[in-house]
Design a protein around this ligand. Sequence first.
Ligand SMILES: [Zn+2]
Length: 341
Amino acid sequence: MTFPDLQPPLKPIVYSKILQRVEDQAYLLKPMNCPFHILMYKSKTRSYRDLPIRWAELGTVYRYERSGVLHGMLRVRGFTQDDAHIFCRPDQLEEEILEVLDLAEFMLTTFGYTEYEIELSVRDPEAKEKYIGDDAVWEQAEAALVRALEQKGWSYSRQEGEAKFYGPAIDIKILDALGRGWQGPTIQVDFNEPERFDVTYIGEDGEEHRAVMIHRTVLGAMERFVGGLIEHYAGAFPAWLAPVQVVVIPIADAQIPYAHRVAERLLREDFRVEVDDRNERVGYKIREAEVQKVPYMLVVGKREVADGTVSVRKRGEGDIGQMSSEEFCKRLRAEVELKAL
Ligand SMILES: [Zn+2]
């Protein structure tokens, strides 16, 4: 198989001219992950008993977006997709879609998104000739998507004529804290690539059958997802997500060694911790950690050193009292393990 002809929507954004030869091999920047999963699938004969086969990867892809549309982390030219391809039999479609919907719900809820809008993109019934794949296959696939959505109990809007030429899809738009919509999970049924790359399995009848392929991303482009998360939380991440979870603040120079011992204790448990041992006033350091939206500050002075404790300030709540490092660790561990929001 040569590198695939690209589908029309992708063609203008591929770095097709930047072809490198390294030790006599041609290299091209990869615009999508699908063909490689297809190659893996086709590396041997698959039986109906082998299906479904689900392959996921964090795949780096490159697309030549025009410079005018590039936008921070939200629209970039090189990005990482949490991409997966599911190869299944037509009769497995509904169950596979339902599982992807469950996964999407789990991931979105974990990250604190509770509101979505769901679109089901289907064919234009007046222009069936624009789509590949026969009627029966489309009807079966659409019915499977609808049943999966109904089983999930999700309301959705049916978008007639919005399906790509190669299959129906479910798109989940997530709404952030300010009610803005972001592209979330996409689940695309594809009749085209299995046809073009001759993706088959041997059925119970001993004959070759065409496999169905589902492309799915849950977070989409990781860069854009993280950009969206920053907006959603306005930078005030819950402790499990915060890049710095704890800042230890010594009141005077004399407490700097103790502050580092507290930090080491937290580091041993893989918490992300920093010591602010700069020669600045405590009030200034606290304010700065607040501006940085660090979830916890541990202030240590003479009294804390004498008692072997830390004074805990929690973002949004202020002083929550003195406790041992041990107790604080336990508290933070519970919060992180629960992925508390
Ligand atoms: Zn794909």
